[in-house]
Design a protein around this ligand. Structure first.
Ligand SMILES: [Zn+2]
Length: 268
């Protein structure tokens, strides 16, 4: 049996067991809901047996980031050992945050799902994305005390009407039980796109972009914090947010995202 077939069999068994344990009233409500909105693949809308899932062809088009990973940047490494490893890139340019993890590379189906939420306002993707974030971030979330989404500037927030990172953070918080606070970190200054800028230009671009809400720095002090974002494209943006949290005395600052640009182009 191939790995993907074995995975699919295990998933079906787990789904069947979970269904059998549901209270009857929820099973009936779910059956009614299935008639009104039949379950379909979250990405391509092909009919499926259950909600909030991907069909097998779409699942195979997700560029999952799997161990062994660089313990700091979360990028894949060609080999692993029993001990956490740090990539040459992280050693040459250590990030301000402690550890980053992401579900997948910024390509294919996972990038499309992130865009459906961010630009298409399609919130039906959120339960699946929150589940995948939970799985990719288990190591970080084990002793995390607070989830903080990377905030949008006021103009972008007004134009989009919601912050996709906060939507993901809220759904993840419900799953993992770690509190979520989308108001603690603020972005008083709009920052132009980081695309096409050098490392130094990116750092200048996001300098002073973040601040902690007035009078709330004591809520950061001594705590393990996990920043949430939809995509990690430039280390500079999350470094700038992590720097502010560190100054306020955060004990640890990790980053959890849906996608990560793993080639050299996006990183600084
Ligand atoms: Zn599909």
């Amino acid at each position: 049996m191939s790995t993907s077939a074995a995975f699919e069999t295990a998933r079906k068994l787990a789904t069947g067991l979970a269904d059998a344990l549901l209270p009857p009233v929820i099973r009936v409500a779910r059956a009614c809901a299935d008639v009104i909105v039949p379950p379909a693949c979250v990405a391509c809308r092909q009919p499926l047996a259950d909600h909030n899932m991907l069909c097998a062809p779409c699942w195979l088009k997700v560029d999952f980031i799997r161990p062994p990973l660089c313990d700091r940047l979360g990028i894949p490494l060609p080999y692993g050992t029993e001990q956490p490893l740090t990539s040459a890139r992280a050693q040459a340019e250590p990030p301000v945050y402690d550890r980053a993890r992401a579900v997948a590379g910024h390509a294919g189906v996972m990038r499309d799902l992130a865009h459906k939420l961010k630009y298409g306002d399609q919130h039906h993707v959120v339960p699946l994305l929150a589940r995948l974030l939970h799985e990719a971030g288990r190591e970080l979330l084990a002793d995390s005390q607070l989830l903080i989404p990377i905030p949008l500037g006021r103009y972008r927030l007004w134009r989009r009407a919601f912050n996709q990172a906060a939507v993901l953070g809220q759904a993840l918080s419900r799953r993992c039980g770690v509190p979520h606070d989308p108001m603690l970190l603020e972005r008083p200054r709009e920052t132009p796109s980081q695309v096409g800028k050098t490392r130094e230009q990116r750092q200048d671009n996001v300098r002073g972009a973040f601040r902690i809400a007035e009078g709330r720095a004591n809520e950061i002090y001594g705590r393990n914090i996990t920043l949430i974002d939809d995509v990690i494209t430039t280390g500079a943006t999350i470094d700038a947010a992590a720097r502010i949290l560190r100054r306020a005395g955060a004990k640890r600052v990790d980053v959890l995202a849906l996608t990560l640009v793993t080639d050299g182009g996006g990183w600084s």
